[in-house]
Ligand binder design. Structure first.
Ligand code: GLA
Ligand code: GLA
Length: 679
């Protein structure tokens, strides 16, 4: 269904949080069924040593709880519940529905998903089932009910973890159940076949439908298939998974209405679920994050992922449900974390709003697909850097307990709409150089380097609380979003738009007239032709910057030309423009700027809104605020000591800071400053 905007205030849910511990939550996935009971006792003693107060259990335990259909064995799980509770460790109980048992696959083979190539995938892995299979939905509802009945009153249960990473590793299934459900979804969206034919533009290439049952999933064909159909199938697939979540959540709520329910997102790393929509259905947003180990700027991408997660949570505290203590096992080269990186990563998530820091997983597995994945307790045991780091992080989080429930405030927002990714990433776009994520990362990184804290926002939500909004190559902008962005600027906001934004509506149909149809008026210009560049071609601008990838043939109406192309296919036309519109202004950047050129431009934009900033590479500064004062996190990602202006008490060392905090190389400092009126 089309996105219905909610104001950020409406998105801020009533502060639901696991009952119990008043400080921060610390722990991880715990899968003890892989070991004999004496190991559980050792694990739990070690958890106490590390200060762990929350573990996620049962994520992949379906067959152990329901060894045969309709037969249950709770003895081992009862025992685990009691052992954890006796040790003061709270439980985040998972529904195990991401990994149905072998008996399920044998009895219900039609629940197996089919990929776009037409291959029916088998069970035996995880995260893989047709979400529209009635057999699956029935079995999932049943195991969820059994668990909820059994543990509803157990005092250790403080949180529900429904399923695991919906949408990963696959989200779209082309099986018969899904095709049938897709047709129903389309009937709801369009009402009539003629509505659908019009929305999909089916007159092109003679694709018009005469009956609903002629419509199929957008399977692989000889060439490009209907692009609106592709886009709708992505919307449908996200909704089908969301229905599975809602069904489990509602089953749970019948038994434990007061215990919050979450499911672990993968903010920037899963583009198959529309998390703005999902965020309204969970009680607490939780997220899994893994570094792209080989990228030297992976700490910036981490920050971006955390900021996006906080934004999905409407600013409310969220839980980092999984990250890793060291290397993962599923990347081409699984690079170990360097000394201090575990703590920096965790504290960066904390700085950006996470009030729970959890890992995958507590004890490293000896068997199975993930035996080479790092863990809190590695194969090598406790006399290791990993374990010492885990224990130290537990102590650090205890010292930071007062940070709990404070909020991050951002004056700048970057627009994020997964539908725009979905649409732009389809085939036959004007250039392979067009890359929505690349532009988002570039703009985000430039702001990170200047210490500017960023929220992400859906383009149709109320943006008036932000001084600056950035649209880095936001290809799909529906009419509601276009009106919203126009209003935002008219009301005094500053909008920065980069090339190939606002080109199509939510049907992936080009707006009539010159590009960018959704933003032409607010930008005060018209693009008569796209002038993409050749591979490795660059163009010089009159402001001494240079661009690559893309240029436009721009004709300004009301916009002021800030710089022109000196060469290339758009010479000597406008390259960067600014339009005064209402009480605000809208900038347009028609080429790919990187490095210093992008940084200096954003520096000018920030100056124009009264935010004076300086680049401070490698130093991450974020402030969380509450009525107890400000908590300023300074994370030093460099090899040299750094200083930052601050006054208050440093919470990790206990030092009093009178005007400057010194942060040793690779470490983090958190300065708590009490509000002046109560100081
Ligand atoms: C071929 C086809 C046309 C059109 C063009 C596009 O020539 O016959 O229908 O698709 O390619 O370049
Ligand atoms: C995902 C899953 C976990 C585990 C980790 C490994 O996040 O949820 O079960 O497989 O990946 O990195």
């Amino acid at each position: 269904m089309p996105f219905e905007p909610l104001s950020p205030a409406a998105l801020v849910r009533s502060d639901r949080w696991p009952r119990g511990a008043t400080g921060l939550r610390y722990g991880g996935d715990y899968n003890p069924e892989q070991w004999p009971r004496e190991v559980w006792l050792e694990d739990i003693a070690l958890m106490n040593e590390a200060g762990i107060n929350l573990v996620s259990i049962g994520i992949f335990s379906w067959v152990l709880v329901e060894p045969r259909e309709g037969e249950y064995d709770f003895a081992w799980l009862d025992d685990l519940f009691n052992l954890l509770h006796d040790a003061g460790i709270d439980i985040d109980l998972a529904t195990p529905t991401a990994a149905p048992p072998a008996w399920f696959w044998k009895k219900y083979p039609a629940a197996r998903p089919v990929n776009r190539e037409g291959v029916q995938l088998s069970g035996g892995s995880r995260g893989i089932v047709s979400p529209s299979s009635p057999e699956y939905r029935r079995a999932a509802a049943n195991i969820t009910e059994q668990l909820a009945r059994r543990y509803a009153d157990h005092p250790a249960l403080v949180l529900w973890h429904v399923h695991n990473e919906y949408g990963a590793p696959i989200s779209e299934s082309y099986d018969d159940y899904s095709v049938a459900a897709f047709r129903i979804w389309l009937q709801k969206r369009y009402g009539t076949l003629s509505g659908l034919n019009e929305a999909w533009g089916t007159t092109f290439w003679g694709q018009r439908y005469g009956e609903w049952d002629e419509i199929d999933a957008p399977r692989l064909s000889a060439s490009v298939t209907n692009q609106t159909q592709r886009l709708d199938f992505k919307r449908f697939s996200s909704d089908a998974l969301l229905e599975c979540f809602i069904a489990e959540r509602d089953t749970i709520r019948q038994f434990t209405p007061d215990i919050p329910v979450t499911t672990n997102f993968m903010a920037t790393n899963c583009l198959s679920a529309d998390y703005w929509k999902w965020s309204r259905e969970v009680d607490i947003v939780s997220n899994d994050h893994y570094l792209v180990a080989e990228r030297p700027d992976n700490h910036i991408l981490l920050a971006m992922d955390a900021d996006l997660t906080r934004s999905f949570a409407g600013g409310a505290p969220w839980i980092l449900m999984e990250h890793s203590t060291g290397a993962v096992n599923w990347q081409p080269r699984n690079i170990a974390k360097t000394a201090g990186e575990l703590a920096r990563n965790s504290l960066s998530h904390l700085a950006r709003g996470a009030d729970g820091i959890l890992f995958f997983q507590f004890r490293a597995s000896r068997y199975g697909a993930e035996k080479f994945h790092s863990a809190m307790l590695p194969h090598a045991g406790t006399d290791t850097r990993a374990w010492r780091d885990v224990v130290e992080l537990g102590a650090t989080l205890a010292r930071l307990a007062s940070v709990r429930a404070s909020r991050v405030r951002a004056r700048v927002a970057i627009l994020w709409d997964v539908e725009s990714f979905w649409a732009q990433d389809l085939e036959w776009r004007p250039s392979v150089e067009l890359d929505h994520r690349e532009r988002i990362e570039a703009f985000y990184s430039a702001l990170w380097n200047r210490g500017v804290t960023v929220d992400f926002a859906h383009p149709a939500t109320d943006l008036h609380g932000y001084d600056l909004v950035l649209a880095p190559s936001l290809y799909l902008v529906g009419p509601a979003a276009a009106a919203n962005l126009t209003d935002y600027v008219r009301g005094g906001g500053t909008l920065v738009v980069s090339y190939f934004s606002g080109i199509v509506d939510e049907q992936d149909a080009v707006y009539p007239g010159a590009a960018p149809g959704a933003l032409r008026d607010v930008l005060g210009l018209a693009i008569h032709e796209f002038r993409p560049l050749r591979e490795n071609e660059s163009v010089d601008l009159s402001d001494e910057r240079s661009g690559s990838g893309w240029t436009d043939d721009i004709h300004v109406s009301t916009a002021e030309v800030l710089s022109r192309y000196l060469d290339g296919p758009a010479a000597v036309g406008p390259a960067i423009t600014r339009n005064s519109f209402g009480s605000g202004s809208a900038w347009y950047v028609s080429t790919r700027l990187i490095g210093h050129d992008l940084d200096s431009l954003l520096g000018e934009v920030l100056t124009s809104i009264g935010m004076s900033t300086e680049p401070m590479p490698g130093i991450e500064v974020v402030t969380r605020t509450s009525d107890r004062g400000d908590f300023t996190f300074v994370i030093n990602h460099t090899n040299a000591d750094a200083t930052h202006p601050a006054t208050g008490t440093e919470l990790i060392t206990g030092e009093t800071i009178s005007d400057t905090v010194t942060v040793p190389a690779g470490l983090t400092r958190v300065v708590h400053s009490v509000p002046t009126e109560t100081a």
